[in-house]
Design a protein. Structure first.
Lengths: 296, 461
């Protein structure tokens, strides 16, 4: 039982980074009906910016981190302006495919700029936190706290503020939302900025525990889709819960089933399982891209 | 509707095109077309990439007769091919390895080490993917017309070795990792085969702890799920531990994409292993040590093979890696000798940030070996042909890599696990505050350790 709890706790900590990516996916889907594949790539690019500032140039974290987050804001805006707005008349499926194109553009930028090699980012802290018999790295604790805080803030913002409610309204009924004064262009830009910042936080927080290369974060996206699916691409709290559950599942798989590559495919298996269990993929869990065009 | 369909098709086309450009092999260096003036060769992958190849503006011509054994260089430019994973999952090893070789070829050209000849080091980024290694080798041989394959780091080269051999191209600078390569008639190497290196490391570690009064009985292993690492693992299970009396109580295979290192360490902790043998690339080793550190796993209980003997490992795993031991088939660069001082000076001249370690040094020594062989042929007035180059290599049975290796027969005996079997043991040391590798033991003969099945000789064929 102790082993089980240890494995689960370890996985939960890892799941919070995935949650940050998944929250971005959900935010974009909620307000634009676009299934974004680009969160991992945004995380990668923002983390490379952070690496350049903090590691290569040796700037203090207090300077490098805000600048990297600022870069993420810019990336989000650029995606909105150059990829989403030109397709504002297209359906959600088309815009979803466009996010794949953006992924590849970003990966090319990363490879051209940083040559695609593996490199590393220092953690904010290497100290340990002991809770009873459990030991966790401070970096993991920071990641968990940021993910929970982001989730709580987003839930509050989308339910309690005019702008946040406006984003949800845009997805439900764009015409009615416009009549209520919600600007589609501004809503789209804001969504992409928020999602990009979440992705940047995920990348900068999780990369020190792993390795920085062009593909690591994009691979983590698979797990985040599983989490987003569990939340029906709508619920932020359930997405957070889903991410940590999937993280725990990966950890338990590694702990108990020692088969090469199995834990790496756990995200795929989880996605498949959620789709199967959600009544053949027809429930709220399965995102629909068949909606009509949205006039922004 | 039609507009939407067009948009979809356009987006898909864009995605496909970019996917191809992003994921295909990187033919990093431009080779000189047959009979055309030579051009600069840049070195992607480094922000401080030097020019490697003929002097800018040179009009010298390369005339390599391609595609058959006995190809001859009659011009002044000698094209040497190299395979390196400069990007992808093994780039933490591949890039410094490339830099080691590129630095020496550049130095050789700059110092005119072979009068009248210049080396053009044409490399291809195979991303450590076996199919791309094959594509790269074909491109280097058929398209670029390299005279020989030179220093390379390609642990997934089983098929490439055969491909290069079939093309009649010598591989002077083969890394020695895949033992299959050491049986090939076209291979010239100072690289260490992994099997005796595995025996030497575990044997040394076991006896060291035994002398201290606590012989390790329970071994854990974290293994990258690729062929060379599996060979190490097989040696450990089938032969080494059988003879020493230890037991592999937990083995965990990982991929480049594995992220669950905290859990892997908990597994090791729960299995109460005496040490974790890391048989992975350096990036995975760093992830493992970071994961272990995160769960409070005690430090100093790690050992690793020569792939993780790299400055990068210490820089990224930090003081937690203190006490980590690994093996090396070349004199550790932290030993202050004229050979290591010169090597570091040359590499740093062109690549100030290069991470030094076994494979960086191996590439450097291999490039130097290529230059030595060419210089020997030229100085003797012999035709610069592939056949003559292999013959010259065959005659050298005690090559010392200018002080970096010991008595290596450049053409390994046509038998499994021949080649360079001198071994040094290195240890991560943070006693000075900064991490560095220090020599802990060696040199000794890996064939002479007690677990080796055929003492003093390669394994029976």
């Amino acid at each position: 039982m102790t082993d089980f709890l240890q494995y689960a706790a370890t996985g939960l900590a890892g799941g919070f980074a995935t949650a940050l990516l998944a929250l971005g996916v959900v935010m974009i889907y909620r307000s634009t009906r676009v299934l974004s594949f680009v969160q991992g790539a945004i995380a990668t690019l923002a983390t490379y910016v952070y690496y350049q500032l903090a590691t290569v140039w040796g700037w203090p974290v207090g300077v490098a981190l805000p600048l990297a987050i600022g870069a993420a804001v810019l990336i989000g805006l650029l995606i909105d302006v150059f990829a989403m707005r030109p397709l504002r008349k297209a359906d959600a499926l088309t815009r979803t495919v466009a996010t794949l194109g953006v992924v590849l553009v970003i990966l090319v930028i990363v490879r051209v700029t940083w040559h695609g090699g593996e490199t590393f980012v220092r953690p904010f802290s290497t100290s340990l936190v002991r809770v009873g018999s459990f030991t966790l790295g401070m970096q993991q604790v920071i990641t968990a706290l940021v993910a929970v805080a982001a989730s709580v803030a987003l839930v509050w913002w989308t339910r309690r503020t005019y702008v946040g409610l406006g984003l949800s309204a845009m997805a439900e009924d764009p015409a009615a939302a416009r009549l209520l004064g919600v600007s589609p262009a501004r809503a789209s830009a804001l969504t992409w900025v928020i999602a990009s910042v979440l992705a940047a936080l995920a990348g900068i927080l999780v990369t020190p525990l792993l390795v920085l290369n062009p593909f690591q974060m994009t691979l983590l996206m698979v797990t985040s889709y599983a989490a987003a699916l569990l939340g029906g691409f709508v619920s932020l709290p359930i997405t957070l819960l889903g991410a940590v559950l999937v993280g725990a599942g990966e950890s338990l798989t590694t702990g108990y089933i020692n088969v090469s590559g199995l834990s790496e495919t756990f995200g795929f298996i989880a996605v498949f399982a959620v789709l199967l269990l959600s009544r053949g993929g027809r429930s709220a869990a399965a995102p629909s891209l068949a909606g009509g065009t949205e006039s922004w | 509707m039609r507009s939407a369909q067009r948009s979809s098709v356009a987006a898909l086309a864009l995605a496909t095109a970019l996917l191809l450009s992003a994921c295909g092999p990187r033919f990093a260096d431009q080779a000189v077309p047959q009979g055309q003036p030579t051009a600069n060769v840049t070195t992607p992958g480094s922000t401080t990439g030097p020019t490697i190849g003929p002097t800018p503006g040179s009009t010298t011509r390369t005339t390599v007769i391609r595609g058959s054994k006995g190809s001859v260089v009659t011009g002044s430019v000698i094209k040497v091919g190299g395979l390196f994973p400069k990007s992808g999952g093994l780039s933490a090893l591949g890039l410094p390895a490339y830099q080691g070789a590129a630095a020496f070829f550049n130095w050789a050209n700059e110092k005119n080490l072979v009068p009248g000849k210049r080396f053009q080091f044409i490399t291809c980024d195979d991303q450590a993917v076996d199919t791309q290694s094959t594509t790269c080798a074909k491109k280097l041989i058929d398209q670029d017309g390299v005279f020989i394959m030179g220093p390379s780091f390609t642990p997934f080269s089983n098929t490439v070795i055969e491909q290069v051999d079939r093309a009649g191209v010598p591989w002077a600078g083969f890394d020695g990792i895949n033992t299959e390569g050491l049986t090939r008639s076209n291979v010239v190497t100072v690289g260490s085969p992994i099997e005796p290196m595995a025996h030497a490391l575990i044997d040394y570690w076991y006896n060291k702890l035994s002398r201290q009064g606590h012989a390790p009985k329970r071994v854990g292993a974290v293994v990258l799920d690729v062929a060379p690492a599996r060979t190490y693992m097989r040696e450990l299970q089938d032969e080494i531990c059988t003879k020493l009396g230890c037991r592999v109580v937990r083995q965990q295979y990982v991929q480049y994409t594995t992220t669950q290192y905290e859990t892997i360490c908990r597994n090791m902790q729960n299995a109460t292993v005496d040490a974790i043998w890391i048989i992975t690339d350096p990036a995975s080793a760093i992830k493992l040590m970071n994961g272990c550190q995160n769960i409070g796993y005690p430090k100093g209980k790690f050992l690793g093979q020569h792939g993780i003997y790299l400055d990068l490992t210490l820089a990224q795993a930090g003081p937690y890696s203190d006490g980590l031991i690994a093996n090396s088939g070349l004199l550790p660069d932290t030993e202050v000798t004229p050979a290591t001082t010169e090597m570091k000076s040359i590499i740093r001249r062109y690549f100030p940030d290069a991470s030094l370690g076994y494979f960086t040094e191996l590439s450097f020594a291999s490039a130097r070996m290529v230059v030595d062989l060419v210089a020997k042929l030229v100085s003797q007035g012999n035709e610069l042909s592939r056949t003559n180059l292999l013959a010259a290599a065959s005659a050298i049975t005690n090559y010392d890599c200018h002080g970096l290796c010991k008595d290596v027969a450049l053409r390994p005996p046509a038998c499994k696990s021949g080649g360079n079997h001198t071994v040094w043991i290195v240890r991560a040391d943070f006693s000075s505050g900064h991490g560095r590798w220090v020599k802990e033991a060696g040199p000794f003969d890996a064939f002479d350790v007690q677990t080796w099945p055929n003492p003093g000789k390669p394994k029976p064929c």
